[in-house]
Ligand binder design. Structure first.
Ligand code: RM4
Ligand code: MN
Ligand code: MN
Length: 396
């Protein structure tokens, strides 16, 4: 381990901030049912409290993403409560996520719905989210549109593109200075024939149509099998169009598995693209990194800690790539050496360096162990158990 490596790893860790999703602390399930956890958070207060535990042991998660419908059901009226909780728990509200996929009205879409009154309703919700973000001092409004259709011929795909362009232009016009609109794409689910914002190209074109404060958000789980995600990231970096990242892993679909649990090398390659871009352009990217995982089976707080530590490990590994050497090897098409240069960084065990960094920052060397020893989980399990008893839900 060279001094240079230690230096780059520490610098990378100082820079890496990972936002947590409020919904990742709540009970969730599949469409076949939920397995309830006694310790799961059921209120916004509990979500803030749980997120604060993750930040306490990792030092890397100062913000909590909020899903408006779930966390601020009364909209702007709930903003005061959120501010008080942020103060109490030392965690700031992060990206504001509109929810235009759950209400009955959205059965055939939100901004892409053929019915103008439903499009208006969805638009109003996103505009409300902008006002909430402004009030809470949040920069990013991060909508995911579930719009699509299930059967060929049942919707006019091109009309719906127009509706999205129109709606997003209005959304953009309402953005406050400094705010960003992050457009997320996903190829399928809940729609299984066509999805209106299915891939990065569609998200990119819609962001361009909306205006300069609109950017693309990449969720690792939202791709077809075998898709080269780091190449998408490279294209978005090249065009200065990447605004955010949702971390998770997947084996089959949008599985919301723990980051790096299936393919850690892919996450490493994504981080490498970002860090190599920064090194080459001598600039800092402004990408909001967030976890987007809902754990059905794992303990939620533990899973979050595990995820954040994995992100730190893979980010630190990617930071150790010798960019100058790699560039020279790429230039001379020294294929084996170039590949080994990248792979060498992936296989480097950065955990001792991370432990040292944690110590130097007054953080526990082993965040998971520190959380387990804190007794927090036992405490909230007792407190919350009663309330969860009997509340089972099924989606089937
Ligand atoms: C979607 C997408 C969104 C998230 C919802 C809950 O698949 O990833 O980002 O807000 O799930
Ligand atoms: Mn997502
Ligand atoms: Mn998803």
């Amino acid at each position: 381990m060279s001094t240079k490596q230690v230096e780059v790893v520490w610098k990378a860790l100082d820079n890496l901030r990972v936002e947590l999703p409020s919904w990742g602390f709540a009970n969730t399930g599949t469409r076949f049912g939920k397995f309830m956890q006694a310790a799961a958070a059921a209120t916004i207060e509990e979500k803030f409290s749980d997120a604060a535990q993750v930040h306490k042991v990792t030092g890397a998660c100062p913000t909590l993403a909020l899903h408006v419908q779930w966390d601020l059901p009364r909209g702007l009226e709930d903003a005061g409560k959120v501010k008080a909780l942020a103060k109490k728990h030392g965690i700031q509200p992060g990206s504001i996520n509109p929810n235009v996929f759950q209400d009955q009205e959205y059965k055939h879409g939100s901004l892409g719905n053929p019915d103008p009154s439903i499009r208006r309703r969805a638009l109003k919700h996103v505009l409300d989210c902008i006002a909430i973000a402004e009030d809470l001092g949040c920069r990013d409004i991060s909508p995911w549109f579930a719009d699509g259709s299930n059967y060929p011929g049942t919707q006019n795909i091109r009309n719906r593109i127009g509706y999205f362009e129109e709606g997003l232009r209005e959304v953009h016009a309402a953005l406050r200075p400094g705010q960003r609109l992050l457009i997320e794409y996903k190829p399928f689910e809940p729609a299984f024939y066509h999805t209106d914002v299915a891939d990065w190209g569609m998200a990119y074109l819609l962001a361009k149509a909306a205006g300069p404060q609109a950017l693309v958000l990449v969720d690792t789980g939202h791709h077809y099998q075998g898709q080269n995600i780091e190449q998408i990231v490279a294209w978005l970096l090249h065009h200065d169009m990447i605004g955010g990242f949702h971390f998770n892993d997947r084996r089959y679909a949008d599985d919301d598995l723990t980051l790096g649990s299936i393919d850690p090398y892919q996450v490493f390659r994504i981080f490498h693209e970002i860090l190599a871009f920064q090194a080459e352009s001598n600039s800092q990217t402004d990408i909001a990194f967030m976890v987007d995982q809902s754990h059905n089976l794992k303990g939620k707080i533990e899973a979050m800690i595990q995820t954040v530590c994995t992100a730190q490990e893979l980010y630190a590994k990617a930071a150790t790539v010798d960019h100058e050497r790699l560039a020279a090897l790429q230039q001379s098409c020294s294929l084996v050496d170039a590949e080994e240069c990248l792979r060498g960084a992936f296989w480097l065990d950065v955990r001792p360096m991370i432990a040292e960094w944690r110590k130097s920052r007054g953080l526990p060397e082993d965040p998971l162990k520190a959380f387990r020893e804190s007794g927090y989980l036992e405490g909230v399990t007792m407190e919350r158990r009663e309330r969860h008893a009997g509340t089972t839900a099924s989606y089937a």
